[in-house]
Design a protein around this ligand. Sequence first.
Ligand code: ZN
Length: 134
Amino acid sequence: MPTVAKGFHLDPDLPEDFDCTPNCERPASHRNWWGIPYIVTLRNSDYQTVGFDVRRLDGGAWDRSTSIGHSDTLDSAVEICQRSAEDEIFECPECQATILAKYSGPMTLLEGSGAFLVIICPICSFIASKVKRD
Ligand SMILES: [Zn+2]
């Protein structure tokens, strides 16, 4: 039975190798987690809770989830999860990755016919938008 805190996963049972798999090689079990914030309880060697890490698979790292916040209390970890819903995201129509929009561009792509401003998926290289620059 998964544990939740106000609707957010707390210490979820993540798929095998979740934090050591290149984003472009993720199986379906991993891809279900794109863009979903979750909370990990941090414990010391005596297994006492010392804080909470809020993480999300959002393209911030090439092979693991990204830490998007840290807190001393579960309530403030939930607030970090809630605030993360305001982050602008890019959903790739090709590979279904849900990543922070800033990781997809816009960036300049130089080709033989000139320079283009592109929005590109950093996971699968799908070009979602391409506009010729002056
Ligand atoms: Zn993609």
